[in-house]
Design a protein around this ligand. Structure first.
Ligand code: SF4
Length: 350
């Protein structure tokens, strides 16, 4: 199959036009058609010579994301189930905040990481997404927002999949998103979230970007984390903390820890005390995002009581660890990662 037209970064296009003996400014023109004018066919690139348009059509294809389902929440969150060319399904979410629109993207079809509280991993990993398939999610979201004159102002890579297991595609995606000739999303408005693929935390720290990193920690110690997240057996808690220390030292950036609270499992005051101690001693430049876990039908977890969520937060703050409780988006439309796709797979499609 031909590569997707969105697979190339600006630098890749510069190389491509050079290799195809076209003038250098063509790279900017192609990028402009794709990301500023957001056209959907080669014929629409009217300022390119016909020969060049034909060459592009011979070598590339556009990504088609077919909308299979759209669920709109009362709070403005819109969750999409898109079908890819090969009929696999992925999810993309647009969230409305008072500071703008944020898009949550998927990086893999399914996931092999196996977090026990997550619906995305139920059918395992089917395949990685190509960079163009990740980019197409944001372009599609932006096209929808164009109708009301709004723009995508931030991106979170927290949809289906482990982005650090599809690292090169994720980096290409990021390069296109932040490029000033393209969608030009501010680096500080993008967050990548990982379950803790340690070698790639080091790699990301060395990338020299301003993009935010979030670590899904979800437990304050090795034993409990291994129970909740099998990835912890591959990359133990102590190694994860070391990698996080390196990231903060290398980048000088504040690290976010995601902590999904599960009733009676990891939400007791002693868990909060233990987490506070680890972070205070190792990574004081951090922020903890407490997430009351969404009920996943296929799993046993229940929500933490409201008072217990506040107690957990207070314990962290008393220990000088900045902590917030994540505002829930679209809980009335199964907006937690993978729930819509899981329902779709159940219904006999993919
Ligand atoms: S939480 Fe993320 S890393 Fe863990 S199984 Fe789900 S998609 Fe994969």
């Amino acid at each position: 199959m031909k590569p997707f037209i969105y697979d190339l970064t600006y630098e890749d296009w510069q190389e491509w036009v050079r290799a195809n003996k076209e003038p250098g400014f063509r790279a900017g023109q192609i990028f402009d058609w794709l990301y500023v004018k957001r056209i959907g066919s080669f014929e629409e690139m009217t300022n390119l010579p016909k020969g060049l348009r034909d060459k592009l059509a011979e070598q590339f294809v556009f990504v088609t994301l077919t909308e299979v389902a759209r669920h709109e929440s009362k709070d403005g969150t819109v969750k999409f189930l898109f079908e890819l060319q090969d009929k696999n399904a992925i999810e993309t979410v647009i969230m409305k905040h008072n500071y703008g629109n944020s898009v949550c993207v998927t990086t893999q079809v399914g996931c092999r990481v196996g977090c026990t509280f997550c619906a995305s991993t139920l059918g395992g990993l089917k395949r990685d997404l190509a960079p163009g398939e990740i980019i197409a999610q944001v372009v599609t979201a932006q096209k929808l927002l164009d109708a009301s004159g709004e723009r995508v102002s931030s991106i979170v890579i927290m949809g289906i999949g482990e982005p650090f297991e599809n690292y090169d595609a994720m980096m290409k995606f990021l390069k296109v998103m932040i490029h000033e000739k393209g969608l030009n999303i501010g680096q500080r408005h993008i967050t990548v979230s990982t379950s803790g693929i340690v070698p790639n935390i080091y790699r990301f720290a060395d990338e020299d970007t301003q993009i935010n990193l979030a670590i899904s920690i979800h437990a304050p110690n090795d034993a409990l984390r291994s129970k909740l997240m099998p990835v912890n057996r591959r990359f133990p808690f102590a190694d994860l903390i070391e990698a996080c220390k390196y990231y903060v030292e290398k980048t000088g950036r504040r690290l976010t820890f995601e902590y999904a609270l599960m009733g009676g499992v990891n939400d007791k005051p002693e868990h909060a005390e233990e987490l506070a101690k680890v972070l205070k001693e190792n990574i004081p430049l951090c922020h903890v995002n407490l997430i009351p876990v969404n009920f996943v039908v296929e799993r046993d977890y229940v929500r933490t009581e409201r008072d217990d969520i506040f107690t957990f937060q207070r314990i962290l703050e008393r220990n000088k660890i900045n902590a917030t409780i994540r505002r829930e988006h679209g809980s009335d439309i199964a907006a937690a990662c993978g729930q819509l796709r899981a329902k779709h797979m159940e219904s006999g499609k993919r």
